[in-house]
Design a protein around this ligand. Structure first.
Ligand code: SF4
Ligand code: SF4
Length: 440
């Protein structure tokens, strides 16, 4: 299926300078991380079966349960005592969810390390099974279990490491690579071997010469790993766009169809830290930025830290009405409140001044269609959504939308076109589930 066109990439104002030169703030105060919360539901809605209960003492990095569905073990981010269960809003689920509460004893008593691999001798199978047992999930936002991309997958020629970070405000991967460069390079090597790939390509945006020089130096003893510097255009970091840009190939469902597997740069670091140092993911690096928070910076917090404390740590909100996003402004949706906690895939908090935007009628200018990187016709999909025309939505391939936000951004009438794409997918999903009679 032809899918991604080479058109539809635009430069968006990155606001990266707000955090590009920040130091990492490791947040350690009792007010913010005195209690750590672990959701009972994973991002995909699957239950986490805890094997600890209220009253138990836990060590940092101790296995405390596992996710149902795709197997993912869960580890305690801090040491302390499990004191209660509590309902809190979950940003991943979008409603209140029961959370396990660990009262942090601030001793950071370590649990037994994960089994450590011999970096030089580990086989493909050993690397994949260790990634699985370490509970590594994608840290680029999706939180998909990393081993699933490698286990029983054959024919992979190239591993692409996504360090593009094309969303405005986000600099998490930039800081992660800069601060954990040795782990990053080892992680890329391990993922290349896990895939049985011929080569690995680190994709990074142009304009980061200093970091690129450091990566090149660190890669000197690595074979068949190259850096590809790509234009500073949005949505360059989206998997389909990235594969098209680098490999000049489209795929239907998964990059593996064209011999490619993609992992985020921070995920590569997490893989190396788990497999070579025995550390599961207990902390999360994240960009805290935007025009409605007093200070901006890079935070390092235990997984399960309440967002309200992080906001306070960075000086609090500077506007009465704000939009709080987990991620960047192109894709993330506004949160209902800040009582939720940071989960593993959350790499950014962006806080923006709420602006009332009044949309005007569609001009039929065609800019959304012209700029869509997936070669869709957003304006036609919008009309089909409004008339609930399921046949038309199918014909227009609405499900192929990657929700990149470009159509909303370029619309001169300020219409939230992307919202219509989400509604289109929902209508298609409901129609499929209920086998609704289709409208002619
Ligand atoms: S959000 Fe969907 S329809 Fe809009 S530009 Fe992106 S891929 Fe195209
Ligand atoms: S860009 Fe906006 S105004 Fe132009 S056709 Fe698309 S929805 Fe209509």
């Amino acid at each position: 299926m032809g899918f991604i066109s080479s058109r539809g990439k635009i430069h968006v104002d990155g606001h990266k300078d707000l955090t590009l030169h920040s130091e990492i703030h490791e947040i350690k105060d009792e007010k913010t991380i005195g209690k750590i919360y672990i959701s009972k539901l994973a991002a995909n809605g699957k239950e986490i079966k805890f094997d600890v209960e209220v009253g138990d003492e836990v060590k940092m990095g101790q296995r405390i349960g596992e996710r149902q569905g795709f197997y993912v073990p869960i580890f305690a981010p801090v040491s302390g005592k499990i004191v209660d269960m509590e309902n809190r809003y979950s940003c991943a689920i979008g409603r209140p969810v029961s959370h396990l509460i660990i009262e942090n004893d601030f001793n950071y008593t370590p649990a037994e390390k994960l089994p450590i691999l011999d970096y030089d001798k580990a086989t493909k199978e050993e690397i994949i099974s260790h990634i699985k047992e370490a509970g590594i999930v994608g840290l680029g936002g999706a939180g998909f279990p990393t081993y699933v991309k490698y286990e029983n997958v054959t024919g992979i020629k190239t591993v692409i490491i996504n360090a593009i970070e094309c969303e405005p405000y986000l600099t998490t991967d930039y800081h992660a690579i800069k601060n954990y460069l040795e782990l990053f390079v080892k992680g890329v090597n391990l993922l290349k071997r896990a895939a049985g790939a011929d080569n690995a390509i680190i994709a990074i945006k142009k304009g980061k010469a200093e970091l690129v020089a450091k990566i090149k130096e660190a890669l000197k003893s690595s074979k068949n790993i190259e850096i590809k510097e790509l234009d500073d255009k949005y949505p360059m970091g989206w998997e389909r766009v990235l594969v098209y840009e680098i490999m000049h190939k489209d795929y239907n469902m998964l990059p593996s169809e064209v011999g490619v597997v993609i992992n985020n740069a921070s995920t590569a670091i997490a893989v190396a830290d788990a497999l070579l140092n025995g550390n599961p993911i207990t902390k999360r690096l994240l960009t805290v930025s935007g025009n409605a928070i007093k200070n901006q910076g890079i935070a390092l917090v235990p997984v399960g830290t309440p967002v309200s404390g992080i906001i306070e740590h960075f000086g609090g909100y500077t506007a009465d009405q704000v939009v709080l996003l987990v991620g960047g402004p192109m894709v993330a949706k506004g949160m209902m409140n800040d009582s939720f906690v940071i989960e593993k895939p959350a790499g950014a908090l962006t806080v923006l001044v709420h602006e009332e935007i009044k949309a005007s009628p569609c001009l039929r200018c065609g800019r959304c269609t012209l700029m869509c990187p997936a070669s869709l016709q957003p304006v036609e999909i919008k009309l089909a959504v409004e008339s609930k025309n399921i046949d038309r939505l199918e014909a227009l391939k609405a499900n192929s939308c990657i929700e990149c936000g470009t159509c909303s951004l370029v619309c001169p009438s300020k219409i939230e076109v992307t919202e219509f794409m989400r509604k289109a997918k929902l209508q298609l999903k409901i129609a499929k589930a209920r086998s609704m009679p289709k409208k002619n």
